[in-house]
Ligand binder design. Structure first.
Ligand SMILES: [Zn+2]
Ligand SMILES: [Zn+2]
Length: 134
């Protein structure tokens, strides 16, 4: 008996599908505890180690990447194109914004002669739900 190259069990495949779908459908990048909590609704026996394993696999496949925000590692499905994040200071959720607040396309020469190639911007404030309550 070789331990190598055992085919994936159907249970593993289903877990991966659910985790990948929840990540793609999330309104923004998710931390592992939050992703695990959401997945428990469909996979009551899911262990957090499986969430980590699945995220590692998705990163290796280019299907997900890490967003580091305020020292926390959050995970986001890849392939959303140019976008930014909005962190709500009230409920602490993070949202993906598809609009760009910065008129600085690649190739812009910033004052002083700095040639811009890319930018990262995180907006902070109140999400629509929290703004409606305040
Ligand atoms: Zn909020
Ligand atoms: Zn932008």
């Amino acid at each position: 008996m070789s331990a190598a190259a055992s085919p994936p069990r159907p249970k593993d495949t289903r877990q991966r599908e659910v985790i990948a779908r929840l990540l793609r459908q999330a309104p923004g990048p998710l931390g592992v505890p939050e992703l695990h909590r959401r997945a428990l609704g469909e996979l009551p026996n899911l262990g957090v180690a499986t969430v980590y394993r699945t995220l590692k696999l998705m990163q290796e496949q280019g299907a997900a990447h890490i967003v580091t925000l305020d020292g926390d590692n959050l995970y986001e499905a890849s392939g959303r194109g140019h976008h930014h994040h909005f962190a709500c200071r009230s409920c602490t959720r993070v949202f993906t914004l598809d609009t760009c607040p910065l008129p600085l396309p690649a190739g812009t020469v910033y004052p002083g002669g700095f040639v811009v190639e890319a930018h990262e911007v995180t907006l902070y404030g109140l999400c629509p739900a929290c703004a409606a309550r305040s």
